[in-house]
Design a protein around this ligand. Structure first.
Ligand SMILES: Nc1ncnc2c1ncn2[C@@H]1O[C@H](COP(=O)(O)OP(=O)(O)OP(=O)(O)O)[C@@H](O)[C@H]1O
Ligand SMILES: O=c1ccn([C@@H]2O[C@H](COP(=O)(O)O)[C@@H](O)[C@H]2O)c(=O)[nH]1
Length: 227
């Protein structure tokens, strides 16, 4: 088994960027609705987000997708670093991910005024959670998809047949699970202790899972968009 080719703790790999707040001081942060969507790798976050976009008019921002795009962007100073972190199932330093999310949120607001965001696969680490809510905007709640590893593993290996993702393979999946348990679950637990988590059983069919999501959203006062 080959280990990481790059020392992930090397500070030279991280180019800290100053985080600028999304909203100018004094503006009402409630102008944006942010829902974090968390769950283990392959729990079905992206699948359910697509339903929520269709029915509630959210803008879906997947942190993983934004990182993959940045990785492929010609000339990106972070490309190689992101590639390594993703393959190793590690969490890219928060400065990079928060900046990508913030840029995408700003671009959406400028483009069509939509301020309703599903932030998928983020925050995956405590520092990200605290920093994002401090400098960007606090989340309304976290939608957490609960799924056993064996189910997620089977889904990821199946997705890996066609996804082309560098991390949908046995070796990366094992590492992603370790990161999820050790680094991401503490974030879910923190939000849960604050009463800010909706936990949904993600083992059923996508349709059954979504039915529960819709009921939970209604309990939070979120209704289907008028067509
Ligand atoms: N409820 C479900 N039952 C069976 N298969 C599902 C279910 N939800 C999603 N899938 C399938 O499992 C795979 C992973 O789903 P999805 O990409 O939505 O997960 P994810 O949580 O976003 O994953 P990741 O964290 O790796 O991005 C996909 O192939 C998807 O079609
Ligand atoms: O906040 C984040 C989110 C994701 N990553 C890295 O991306 C991969 C893939 O994420 P998916 O949500 O499964 O698409 C993840 O394993 C991490 O390596 C991250 O660093 N920070």
């Amino acid at each position: 088994m080959s280990g990481p080719t790059v020392n992930l703790d090397n500070p030279a790999l991280v180019a800290p960027k100053r985080l600028k707040p999304l909203f100018a001081p004094g503006t009402d942060k409630d102008q944006a609705l942010v829902i974090f969507v968390l769950g283990g790798p392959g729990a079905g976050k992206g699948t359910q987000c697509a339903n929520l976009v269709r029915d509630y008019g959210f803008k879906h921002l997947s942190a993983g997708d934004l990182l993959r795009e940045e990785q492929q962007r010609p000339g990106s100073e972070f490309g190689e670093m992101i590639k390594t972190y993703i393959k190793e199932g590690k969490i890219v330093p928060m400065e990079v991910t928060i900046q990508l999310l913030e840029n995408a949120m700003k671009a959406t607001i400028e483009e069509n005024g939509n301020r309703k965001f599903l932030i998928d696969g983020f925050p995956r680490k405590m520092d990200q959670a605290i920093k994002f809510e401090e400098v960007v905007v606090p989340s309304k709640f976290t939608l957490f998809f609960d799924c056993p590893e064996e189910t997620m593993r089977a889904r990821l290996l199946n997705r890996g047949l066609t996804s082309g993702r560098s991390d949908d393979n046995e070796e990366s999946i094992k590492k992603r699970f370790v990161t999820f348990v050790e680094t991401s679950m503490p974030v879910v637990n923190m939000f849960n202790n604050e009463g800010r988590v909706i936990k949904v059983d993600a083992t059923k069919t996508p349709e059954e899972v979504y039915e529960v999501v819709v009921k939970e959203f209604a309990s939070k006062g979120l209704e289907f968009m008028q067509k």
